[in-house]
Design a binder for this molecule. Structure first.
Ligand code: MN
Length: 322
């Protein structure tokens, strides 16, 4: 008997957005890139069968990044983000029992991104947004995004921070293409992005903001104690937080298992931030659904924890009917 599941980091592609994906091609093998294109564009039997095989009752879909966040012309980015969301809404309209959506947003214009988030949630029935890291070098702790965080907090929806490349290639990755991308640099980038948000004090201003990280929290659950102990030493005295850094992580973040099918980091994440904060995901089609499904069914969890991780926590966060 397979445990019922909700999956939150599941991707699709729209033909008009393939070019934006081009800078991700440097991160993954040409062989894999060619194979996943048609899989990403399928919203029908192929995808549903993969979901059925492992008991995913509902998949929350998001554009395979970085999408319009790498568009140079802001007006074009704003218009195409809207186009992408309308496309997804139409694709999943008659399968709302099986599919949900995360909005694609043009973060070049934070106010319009906030407006599009609101439209996506209220008019299209989406569950939040998935943002692919930095936009033109701006991270989400920047003051310009206050308008966005205010709206997301008011709407009460989660913002999923998904990996993307940083604006430049740090020297430590030179001559090591295997480290540039999902094996390591995306973890560094996305974990650092989350830490920038925590240490900026954003959660003191927006205590109800909800963030989701994939890849079992991008290694951050492993490091929480050290953030608390070292922050006192590293702080130059001009930064103030109402709480220890780890408390924001436990209060404002959820993690998914997307792309990590391994017992030890799962136990670490649950023990560090709580069984109610870890949620099953596949990272379809970049991770094999069967591997993810088989793994979570056998992972060292109590049956109560397994039900929470597989579906209960996602239902609570997204406001789905239990
Ligand atoms: Mn992904």
């Amino acid at each position: 008997m397979v445990v019922s599941k909700i999956a939150l980091e599941e991707h699709f592609m729209h033909p008009d957005f393939v070019d934006y994906w081009a800078n991700t091609r440097s991160n993954i093998s040409p062989n894999l890139f060619g194979k996943v294109r048609s899989v990403l564009e399928d919203f029908g039997e192929q995808r549903l069968k993969q979901m059925d095989n492992i008991g995913v009752e509902k998949a929350i879909l998001s554009l395979a990044g970085p999408g319009v966040q790498v568009e140079k012309i802001t007006d074009v980015a704003v218009r195409k983000a809207r186009q992408c969301n309308d496309f997804l809404a139409e694709k999943i309209l008659d399968r709302r029992d099986r599919y949900g959506g995360f909005a694609h947003l043009a973060m070049q214009d934070p106010r319009k991104a906030a407006d599009e988030l609101e439209r996506s949630v209220k008019d299209l029935g989406f569950y939040g947004a998935l943002i692919n890291g930095q936009t033109n070098g701006a991270y989400l702790d920047d003051d310009r995004f206050s308008v966005f965080w205010e709206r997301a907090s008011d709407l009460g929806v989660p913002i999923y921070i998904h990996p993307n490349n940083p604006p430049d290639v740090p020297y430590m990755f030179h001559n090591h293409p295997e480290l540039w991308g999902p094996a390591w640099s995306w973890t560094v980038e996305t974990g650092s992005h989350a830490l920038r948000i925590i240490f900026s004090g954003l959660f003191d201003r927006f205590p109800n903001a909800k963030l989701v990280l994939g890849h079992m929290g991008e290694t951050l659950p492993f490091q929480l104690w050290r953030f608390d102990s070292r922050w006192e030493i590293s702080n130059r005295g001009d930064m103030q937080l109402d709480l220890p850094p780890s408390e924001y992580f436990k209060r404002n973040f959820w993690c998914t298992t997307a792309g990590v099918c391994s017992d030890e980091p799962l136990r670490c994440a649950i023990d560090a931030i709580g069984a109610d904060r870890v949620m099953f995901s596949v990272d379809y089609p970049f991770e094999k659904p069967q591997d993810a499904g088989d793994w979570i069914e056998a992972a060292p969890l109590t049956e109560e924890e397994r039900e929470m991780v597989c579906a209960g926590n996602a239902k609570a966060l997204l406001g789905l009917n239990p």
